[in-house]
Every structure is written in C-alpha cells, then in structure tokens.
Design a protein around this ligand. Sequence first.
Ligand SMILES: Nc1ncnc2c1ncn2[C@@H]1O[C@H](COP(=O)(O)OP(=O)(O)OP(=O)(O)O)[C@@H](O)[C@H]1O
Ligand SMILES: [Mg+2]
Length: 372
Amino acid sequence: MHIREIQLNNFRNYASQRIEPGPAINIFVGPNAQGKSNLLEAVYLLATTKSHRTNRDTDLIRVGEDTARAYADVVREEQNDIKIEVILSRLEKKIVRLNKVRHSKIADAIGQLNAVIFSAEDLEMIKGDPSERRRFLNLEVSQLRGEYVYALGGYKRALEQRNALLKTLKAHGHGAETLSIWDEQLTGFGSIMLKARFDFITHLAEIASRIHSQLTGGVEELEIQYEPSVSVNETDTVEEVADRFKNDLLECRQQELARGITVRGPHRDDISFRINGMDARYFGSQGQQRTTALAVKLAEIQLAEDMVGEPPVVLLDDVMAELDERRRSHVFDLTFGKCQTFATATGLDEFSNEIISDSAVFNVSSGEVARA
Ligand SMILES: Nc1ncnc2c1ncn2[C@@H]1O[C@H](COP(=O)(O)OP(=O)(O)OP(=O)(O)O)[C@@H](O)[C@H]1O
Ligand SMILES: [Mg+2]
C-alpha cells in the first residue's frame, strides 16, 4: 500500500499543506524543529487515530487554532483504495471520515492504513515501564486485528466500572454479587486481547529473533516472551482463556476486595526481551537496547505484510544517522524497494547516491514542505 496524497490543516506547525509523495522512498530534509517529525506523526495518526508520542490529541492542534485536520489518500492492493480523514478539536470529540463518510466509531479508521514507525520513542518499549509495552501492543495489534480494537474499548470500560464497584465494596463491604456481571464483561473482552497478544508476540518473536541475529552478526540471541497476567497457551481457544481468567478472578477475590482494584487481566501484562538470557531492560547496554528495538520494528514490517497481505508504509524518523553501516544496510534491505518509506534527516549525507537517485526529496522549513 502507499499514500498518494497527504493534506494537513492546522496540524502541529503546519497551517495548510498538501504533499504528493512518491510510491517508493521519500526523504524529508531540513534543520531541527521545522516539522519533519510532525509530518510522520500525522501519517501515524492516520493509521492508528493516535499519535506515537503524545496521549493528548490537543497537542496536535496548531497553537491558536481550534481544530486540526489530517487526510490521506491511500492506494491498496488487497482492498479498495481509501481516503482517510481525522479531525481533532479542542471542544469536540475526534471525528473520522472514511471515503468522506463520517464513522461514529473512531476504531473503524484504525488499520485502514498500516504504518510502522521508527523513532527515538522506540527505546521506551525496551527500557520503559510495562505500560509502555502495553501501549506498543495496543497500537500495533489494533492495526492488524479489527476485533482487538473493539475488545480493547470494551475491556477499558468494564475495567473502569469494575474498579469503581470494588472501591465502593471496599468502603461499604456489601453487594459483591454484582461483581459477577463485570467479571463476565472483563473476561469476555480480556480473553480476546490475551489471545490476540499471544499470537502477535509469538509471531513477532520468531521474526525479530532472526533479524536480531543478522543485525549482531550472529553474536547475540534475542528472546521475546509474552508475560501475560492470565496464562495463555498456543492451543487455547478464546473461551478457554476466558474460563481461566474467570477462575483467576475468583481466586484473588479477597485480595481485590481488600485493595479495591482489579489485580488480574491484560492491563497487567508485560513483555520481556532477553539478550543471551539477560533481561535487556535491566542489563542491556544502550546499543543493545537500540538494536533490540530496531529488530522488533523491522519484524513488524514483515508481520504486517504477513497479516495484511501487503507491505505497510514505513516511517523512519531520524533513525539512519544513529545506525552503523551493518544496521543501516539491513534497514534498507528490508524496506526499500518494497515499502513506501518516509525518512526524515537533517542532511542528505546519511543516504547513498544510489538511494537518493531513487528517492523523492523534499525540503521542510517552518512548517512548509516543498519538493527539492
Ligand atoms: N501544536 C503546535 N502548534 C504549533 N507548533 C507546534 C505544535 N507542536 C509542535 N510545534 C512546533 O513544531 C516544531 C517541531 O517540529 P518537529 O518535531 O516536526 O521538528 P523536526 O523537523 O522533526 O526537528 P528535529 O530535527 O529537531 O527532530 C517546533 O518548533 C514546535 O514548536
Ligand atoms: Mg524530528
């Protein structure tokens, strides 16, 4: 798939911008703070309805304005082409339009465009809190599995209600029988999430480990493991996971009533990254953590292609400059010539003449993009 046209209105530092990227490599060059990352952020928003670097949608609205708009016209091989539009407002809820039709479910827009982003924030996935890894899982699995988006929404609502009830029960001590209604909801949605996360990580781990071995010249072995809060096995059905989850909830009932919160469920999941048996989060060097993040992202490209049937759009935010020759050539090998790529850089020196001659080069300056 590739993007034929992008439009931005009052998005970050862009007032009004239209870009026609090429179907292959697009390089956006400019000094610091001109809007290069903002442009990639807009593409990621169009793929996921969320930013990869902020949870506050209003950050994306140009200072002094009330609404922001991002639009992309996407060419797809496996499905019909699609025009995606996201409108953010300071006063109202987010609006999405697909082929000009407004969808009341924002989730309908997720995964219509598939994008894998490489950015400085990737390192947080390895060294940050478990919440960073759950955020990564939610954003990535959502793009690939429609049912996950709805399960996630349902789970969040059920968890909120259940926690509110547990809090009341902790204070007043009666009415525990109503908990079973929320247990039903929580385990129903939660089991879909657990199973989808298990499948995603199993598949990702296999590909990432292979790529990681190539990136390190076979010296290091990467092992990625899902650490679910409710055990999941390869052959489990969603119903079996839900039953196990329900049992777990019953087992920790007293603890939950004493603490007034839900202690089990996908909101407590984590992922571990081990390099030669050692946890990369605690023992990995900066370089090892970077390489791990890079292997995971490169694996995602392959995974997205396997699941969707065509390669995703790749967003490389300032990553080339940081990589050594071996890693850089791997990124080229796995993306260029296959995926439409948006790469940002402060200068063209990071790219070989061969790459540059195959690329569309754009200059970015004070929120304006122009073909070089
Ligand atoms: N909501 C907003 N309204 C107006 N301007 C904004 C908004 N959010 C960010 N900016 C501006 O956008 C600029 C940063 O853009 P961006 O992060 O895309 O820079 P960049 O070109 O990627 O730079 P670097 O090379 O340093 O990464 C900053 O000058 C910032 O003030
Ligand atoms: Mg930037």
